[in-house]
Design a protein around this ligand. Structure first.
Ligand SMILES: *[C@@H]1O[C@H](CO)[C@@H](O)[C@H](O)[C@H]1NC(C)=O
Ligand SMILES: *[C@@H]1O[C@H](CO)[C@@H](O)[C@H](O)[C@H]1NC(C)=O
Ligand SMILES: *[C@@H]1O[C@H](CO)[C@@H](O)[C@H](O)[C@H]1NC(C)=O
Ligand SMILES: *[C@@H]1O[C@H](CO)[C@@H](O)[C@H](O)[C@H]1NC(C)=O
Ligand SMILES: *[C@@H]1O[C@H](CO)[C@@H](O)[C@H](O)[C@H]1NC(C)=O
Ligand SMILES: *[C@@H]1O[C@H](CO)[C@@H](O)[C@H](O)[C@H]1NC(C)=O
Ligand SMILES: *[C@@H]1O[C@H](CO)[C@@H](O)[C@H](O)[C@H]1NC(C)=O
Ligand SMILES: *[C@@H]1O[C@H](CO)[C@@H](O)[C@H](O)[C@H]1NC(C)=O
Ligand SMILES: *[C@@H]1O[C@H](CO)[C@@H](O)[C@H](O)[C@H]1NC(C)=O
Ligand SMILES: *[C@@H]1O[C@H](CO)[C@@H](O)[C@H](O)[C@H]1NC(C)=O
Length: 752
């Protein structure tokens, strides 16, 4: 068989006899006349098939329109007279909505027609989403070419891309997509690329819609050694394959009745895998003493048989076939008892084509497109799949691409200096694996949204040089997140609303000192009025200590060497508490046991119950923080344990226990005198001040109450439970949350 015989080659404008029947269903067909000028009617009825073709303008944002040279217009009928070409950008893509999981016939057609008058045949690549589909080389193909596949999209958005690979400009004439039935052309793996589809007839017509309900194109094919036969009888149809009636009512058989019917083809690549579909129907009236029976062989191996064709039948490959040396020979050989030669009505050859690369996570593609639309971005490179193939990744993105079968995820979004206006796009929250976000140097307004804090993977945000206002949400003050926000004059740090400040750094310090002073007043009043009758109270101000601390929210680069040193195994924790022998208290998060480290140092071990809502990551972050906190008025953390689900915090032992007992004279404790009470108030305030000013990032105690102020052997106050309460998430809410660990009325006033 001559390979040029119309395979992958479009023969347009020959004196083809097209059978036009009343238009049938064409539901779901997407038929695009690429480059149809805006002033022409769209959709229009194509003259041969009666199908409705539309302009491609709404399916692609880039490219220019052209049309074949006027002297060729008579040869190419619509929709092949016009085309879209792509002088800009490496990859340009059509975006089409399809039914995910359903088989589709996807066809692309290319007719150069010297549209640019330069007479240089284009050569470029065709991609289906992130996967290469074909190389289109129009050299010497003056009548154009087409590529066709049977494919099941894995996503509801299908992208067909033209990728520039050399000097020439990619172009396309028509793009056609047709949904198919499910129960035909099934493969073990991969999709099917059309190699050849013919019906055996000595006519010169080809068949399309409406003869073929799916608008498959069937070329007539015939050889000299054959005799044509045809019938006007109804021969039925092949279930699932729905052949054109004409293809089934005509057939060929070898003129020499004892010779086989042979079809041959070859391929440059001997590794090519094929699926074959042979369609048969008996169309002769057999005598009672006649038998037609034959075997089907490929390169001498029997594929199927013996077959007695009667009603329409399709013989198909259930697994891919290969041909030795790349030369394929399909033979139909009559059996010895057959009185008639074999016949064949139609057949199809497809090559297996794999599209293994997964498309980027659908939600994230939708999100990034929403972002693009929100800001009215138009980047020539933002077409096709955002992440893959790697060399065509969108500018300003980076992705995690693990393996070919895992959908890539977007990890970086850089839209700095992009002229963005409006607020920070809500769609960013759908990039759930984002690590780096750079929106710096734009004109963004409004507040820094809370949702950014819910993207747990974020490590870096640069929103410098915008016009944002309000305060920074608590959820963005994570230790492992670097937030840069210089150059937003109306954006203030935690808890300090939009007053203009001279220097940003001073604000948290001033605020903290002020609040520490307020706290002292509150505490003193509290301690004084707790038990006794009111009396005049002198408020003692703390020494105005102002450590020159750089209050930024940077993640500290040095790894926690300390952490390793102070990490205990669960068995060590069991040993130090003598199997949790002495339970000394119980809190919202679990029990507290007494224990000893190294045989002498006394400790309190706080076991975090598994029902606690605290996530492991928060626990780790918390431990890291607490290990860096050192102050004489804070209970020191000796170590911690995080072995699988066992989480425990080990604190220094504070012998005189809770202040509460000493105020009420309960639990065998003595009632402390006024001098000591006042000193305890000041010491507790100093501990709080250290949390607010001395820590990076600052910490907020949310539970300042007398049971959380512990007294050492000299009745020196030590704050406990700091920080831990802060990191208990309550329903994802990072504003004031007092339900789990905090106690209403015991919150830092600035935080409240
Ligand atoms: C293109 O089609 C014309 C008829 O329209 C035919 O004469 C010519 O041979 C074809 N060219 C090729 C390369 O097949
Ligand atoms: C195709 O098959 C899938 C699963 O077998 C089914 O969900 C889908 O509805 C089918 N589509 C059609 C058009 O029959
Ligand atoms: C096809 O074959 C039939 C029967 O042999 C013959 O009558 C007819 O002229 C042929 N048609 C063409 C186009 O060759
Ligand atoms: C017919 O085919 C048979 C088997 O291929 C062959 O032996 C015979 O010579 C052929 N006859 C003619 C007349 O070609
Ligand atoms: C079959 O029967 C017909 C008469 O009905 C006869 O002409 C023909 O030769 C027979 N064919 C064979 C192969 O016996
Ligand atoms: C993208 O991420 C990979 C690793 O995730 C990194 O090696 C690469 O340098 C990043 N590319 C850009 C442009 O940031
Ligand atoms: C985020 O994704 C969900 C699920 O696809 C969608 O319903 C929602 O509208 C998206 N949110 C934004 C802001 O785009
Ligand atoms: C953050 O953005 C600002 C403004 O574009 C820029 O000057 C600065 O270098 C950026 N910082 C980092 C760490 O990228
Ligand atoms: C922000 O907008 C103003 C005018 O509204 C413009 O002058 C300025 O250049 C813009 N800044 C950036 C960074 O785009
Ligand atoms: C931030 O600015 C917007 C207008 O750009 C305004 O509507 C909003 O109230 C401001 N928010 C705060 C906290 O000042």
């Amino acid at each position: 068989m001559e390979r040029s015989l119309g395979f992958l080659l479009l023969l347009i404008g020959t004196l083809a006899i097209i059978h036009i029947v009343q238009a049938q269903s064409q539901q779901g067909f997407i038929l695009l006349d690429c480059g149809l000028p805006a002033n022409e009617v769209s959709p229009y009825k194509e003259s041969f098939t009666g199908l409705q073709y539309s302009s491609d303008a709404t399916f692609i944002q880039s490219g220019k329109t052209g049309s074949v040279q006027p002297n060729l217009e008579s040869r190419f009928l619509k929709p092949y007279q016009t085309l879209r070409y792509f002088p800009e950008g490496r990859r340009n893509c059509y975006n089409l909505k399809v039914e995910k999981g359903r088989k589709h016939l996807i066809m692309t057609r290319f007719v150069y027609g010297n549209y640019d008058g330069r007479d240089i045949s284009p050569k470029f690549d065709l991609f289906l989403g992130p996967n290469p589909w074909a190389t289109i080389d129009l050299y010497r193909l003056e009548n154009g070419t087409r590529r066709e596949i049977l494919h099941i999209p894995t996503s509801s958005s299908l992208q067909i891309c033209l990728v520039k690979t050399g000097e020439t400009t990619p172009m396309i004439s028509a793009l056609e997509i047709r949904p198919m039935g499910n129960d035909s052309y099934n493969t073990k793996s991969g999709s099917l690329a059309l190699f050849n589809r013919v019906y055996l007839s000595n006519s010169s017509s080809f068949l399309r819609f409406p003869d073929d309900i799916y608008d498959r194109q069937w070329n007539a094919y015939f050889r000299n050694a054959w005799t044509p036969i045809s019938t006007t009888r109804d021969v039925g149809n092949s279930i699932g394959y729905d052949l054109p009636k004409i293809a089934l009512t005509s057939a060929a058989m070898p003129t020499n009745a004892s010779a086989p019917l042979t079809i041959e083809w070859s391929s440059d690549n001997p590794e090519d895998q094929y699926y074959l579909y042979e369609h048969f129907a008996e169309i002769q009236d057999l005598q009672a003493n006649d038998t037609r029976e034959f075997n089907i062989l490929l390169n001498g191996d029997r594929l199927y048989g013996p077959l007695i064709p009667s009603k329409a039948t399709t013989i198909l490959s259930v697994s891919p076939l290969t041909c030795n040396g790349g030369k394929c020979s399909l033979e139909l050989i009559r059996t010895s008892r057959s009185t008639l030669p074999p016949i064949l009505n139609a057949f199809e050859v497809y090559k297996v084509i794999q599209f293994p690369q997964s498309v980027t996570n659908e939600n994230e593609v939708a999100a990034v497109k929403t972002i693009e639309a929100t800001y009215g971005l138009s980047r020539i490179n933002w077409q096709g799949d955002p992440c893959v193939p790697l060399e065509l990744m969108w500018d300003g993105l980076n992705c995690s691409i693990t393996d070919i079968s895992t959908p890539p995820r977007i990890t970086t979004l850089i839209l700095s200096s992009s002229g963005l206006t409006g607020t920070i796009a809500a769609a960013i929250q759908n990039l759930t694996q984002l690590e780096k976000l750079d929106l710096s140097n734009n004109n963004l307004t409004g507040e820094l949204p809370e949702f950014l804090g819910s993207i747990k993977s974020l490590l870096f945000i640069n929103i410098s040089g915008n016009n944002l206002n309000g305060s920074i949400p608590q959820s963005l003050l994570r230790k492992d997140l670097l937030l840069l926000y210089q150059g937003n004059p109306r954006l203030g740090p935690l808890g300090s609303p939009t007053k203009p400040h001279k220097t940003k750094l001073l604000v948290p310090i001033v605020a903290s000192v002020a609040s520490a002073a307020i706290l002292i007043v509150v505490l003193v009043l509290f301690l004084v009025f707790r038990k006794k009758k009111p009396s005049t109270v002198e408020v003692v101000h703390p020494p105005p200590s102002r450590p020159t601390m750089n209050v930024t929210y940077a993640n500290s680069p040095e790894p926690s060497i300390e952490m390793k040193k102070r990490r205990f195994t669960y068995s060590e924790v069991m040993k130090m508490t003598n199997n949790f022998e002495r339970v000394v208290g119980e809190g919202g998060f679990g029990v507290v046991c007494h224990g000893t480290v190294n045989g002498s140092e006394q400790v309190d071990v706080k076991l975090l119950s598994q029902s606690s809502t605290q996530g492991y990551k928060e626990f780790k972050a918390e431990v890291d923080l607490l290990l860096r906190v050192h102050h004489k008025n804070l209970v020191g953390l000796v170590g911690y344990c995080d072995e699988k689900e066992h989480l425990a915090l080990i604190y220094e032992f504070v012998p005189n226990g809770e202040l509460r007992q000493h105020l009420l004279g309960k639990g065998g404790r003595s009632v402390v005198n006024w001098g000591i009470r006042l000193r305890i108030a000041v010491e507790a305030a100093l501990g709080l001040e250290y949390l607010h000013i001395g820590c990076t990032p600052p910490m907020v105690h949310r539970d300042v109450k007398t049971t959380n102020i512990l007294l050492d052997e000299h009745y020196k106050a030590k704050l406990a439970d700091f920080g831990l309460s802060r990191s208990f998430p309550v329903g994802g809410e990072s504003h004031v949350s007092t339900v789990v660990a905090g106690t209403p009325g015991y919150l830092d006033p600035e935080y409240y």
